[in-house]
Design a protein around this ligand. Structure first.
Ligand code: SF4
Ligand code: SF4
Length: 561
């Protein structure tokens, strides 16, 4: 094996990428990611003990752990230099924390004996930070580092780590908007540290996985407060799908602050701004709608970027996942920022305190580039996050009580390249006319341009926004349960047909489980990192099931099964 990674749904043969990632990840990047994750466990070893026993913490290191986890999510960063820099920073931060913890321990107890049996991740330091040294170590510390490890323990450790990556992403997004919650950062380290502890068995790890889900709910709530508190509540909006004359920038990813600063810096320059992929829901925020040069959405979900970035013609800014290996036709118009990276693609540096990021290079590139070629025309309804849905709650509840709305189907999550995802289009098309789809994330691109009509003015596709906005779906479900006077969230007329691709979807799934949601259909395949026994635990406790044939699932969903 040149590498091993099975963290996303598109992993080779639904078993693992062993030669090169389907996503474009090279063995070099895979080994650097493995080393970085291992070092984050080492930081967490000291972080947990320093926080718990000595009341010591380091806010910058806590945040670094979250950012570095986010950086290893599928399709975020493919740049070996950035990984080498993060690895060096990880060792430096770990050693600083270790020194503080050992000094405090010695002061309290007269020696450093409170830290014995140190795992290698808590002490290893490379002789050099060159690519070869780091890659070699990365090969030793990956998923199969301990070949004797029980397969269920390995599976649960990886499930936990992938959930933590999603949790870290949501936490970091909120942090960018100056919303922090120390308990979220502390949990990341508690759970990473636990993956080093060979005394923890499957039951302990299942407990931690469920705690990750609970923490995920808190992170999504915090992010919802950050987004809506900063930019207002999304409003039902018809977003323009066509193009306008003039130079243009396409912004993708999830970072709303990047979008805000880009809109401010492009105002009056004659450059139009369009969204792509997961940035689509930004068109529904009052704070962004006020910009006349924020003209709409171009194209579909992330995996179409190799075609759509070609025809877009203008400059392109990737703020978060999901970056696909760029083609020559647009690479010289592509920019990354935040945690995203691709070797040789210009990177817009982080903002300095009190300042904005400087997007002038992106704007200058747009001014010399071609204008976008039309892909489609018309408009599409978006902006049905929890505030918009709750503002018509009486209408929705009356429609449910009259039987006009017989069932909601949550079809949230991710989109991807595989043809098997046509299942989700077939489900959307085949649902009876008294069924309403609740969605968030890019899974919606499989059906959001279908005309499914409305029920008494309520659209049959209610799009709550990005995968980052999945909290809206949980909030709506909990409010409906309350309004309908139900005891159990599973008594609601809601079915869950979730599509997953990468690790943000893992934390959304764990969050739903922690809220007690059962009978979730998950597809297009079950995660390769779940061992048969772990799947059995999920089936027994939560009745999770893989998707089946669309025709059969339609009958079952409609019958409430
Ligand atoms: S992220 Fe997915 S596609 Fe990429 S190497 Fe890992 S499993 Fe393969
Ligand atoms: S929903 Fe998932 S796949 Fe889609 S952009 Fe968000 S994180 Fe990526």
């Amino acid at each position: 094996m040149s590498m091993f990674c099975y963290q996303c749904q598109e992993t080779a043969k639904n078993q693992g990428c062993t030669i090169r990632g389907v996503c474009g990840k090279t063995p070099e990047i895979s080994h650097l990611q493995d080393l970085l994750i291992w070092l984050l466990k080492g930081i967490s070893f000291w972080g947990v003990r320093a926080r718990t026993n000595l009341n010591i913490s380091d806010a910058e290191t806590d945040l670094f752990v979250a950012k570095a986890l986010f950086g290893t999510i599928t399709n975020v960063n493919f740049d070996p230099e950035r990984y080498a820099a993060w690895i060096e920073e990880a060792v430096t931060r770990r050693e600083a924390l270790r020194a503080r913890a050992q000094a405090a321990c010695k002061a309290a107890h007269g020696d450093a004996a409170c830290f014995t049996a140190l795992p290698e991740a808590a002490t290893w330091t490379p002789e050099r930070y060159d690519a070869q040294t780091l890659e070699l170590k990365g090969r030793e510390v990956g998923i199969f580092a301990d070949s004797d490890l029980d397969e269920d323990v390995r599976s649960l450790r990886e499930l936990l780590i992938y959930g933590l990556k999603g949790l870290a992403a949501y936490t970091e997004h909120a942090y960018v908007l100056e919303h922090t919650h120390n308990a979220l950062l502390a949990f990341l380290q508690e759970a990473l540290d636990a993956t080093l502890d060979d005394s923890l068995g499957a039951d302990d790890l299942v407990g931690l996985v469920l705690k990750a889900g609970e923490t995920g709910v808190a992170a999504m709530q915090l992010l919802d407060e950050a987004n809506t508190g900063t930019y207002g509540h999304p409003e039902p909006t018809q977003v323009n799908l066509g193009v306008q004359p003039g130079p243009a920038i396409l912004i993708s990813g999830h970072d709303l602050r990047d979008l805000e600063e880009l809109l401010q810096q492009t105002e009056g320059t004659g450059v139009n701004v369009y969204t792509h992929g997961e940035m689509l829901p930004a068109n529904a925020y009052p704070a962004f709608k006020k910009y006349a040069h924020f003209v709409g959405n171009y194209g579909g979900s992330w995996w179409r970027q190799q075609q759509e970035f070609d025809t877009f013609g203008g400059a392109i800014l990737m703020t978060t996942n999901c970056l696909v290996p760029p083609k020559a036709g647009y690479q010289d118009r592509l920019f990354t920022t935040g945690l995203v990276g691709w070797p040789g693609v210009p990177h817009i540096p982080d903002r300095q305190p009190g300042q904005q990021k400087d997007f002038s290079a992106v704007i200058a590139r747009a001014q010399t580039a071609a204008e976008p070629q039309p892909l489609e025309a018309g408009t599409m309804p978006i902006g049905f996050a929890h505030a918009a849905v709750m503002s018509v709650a009486d209408q929705v509840i009356a429609a449910v009580q009259r039987g006009d709305i017989r069932r909601f189907v949550v079809m949230a999550g991710c989109d991807g390249r595989q043809r098997s995802r046509e299942y989700y289009t077939q489900i959307a098309e085949g649902l009876p006319e008294d069924h309403v789809i609740l969605t968030a994330g890019c899974a919606k691109y499989r059906y959001n341009k279908l005309d499914l009509g409305n029920i008494g003015g309520i659209p049959r596709i209610l799009d709550a926004g990005q995968c980052n906005d999945s909290y809206s779906l949980a909030y709506i479900a909990l409010q409906l349960k309350e309004a309908l006077g139900l005891e159990d969230i599973n008594d609601l007329p809601i079915s869950y047909d979730i599509a997953w691709y990468e690790q943000k979807a893992v934390i959304v799934l764990l969050a739903l489980l922690s809220l007690g949601v059962k009978h979730i259909r998950l597809g297009p395949t079950l995660p390769a990192f779940l061992s048969p026994n772990v799947v059995k635990v999920l089936v027994d406790a939560f009745d999770i099931r893989p998707i089946g044939a669309a025709a059969e699932d339609l009958v079952a969903i409609s019958a409430g099964r």
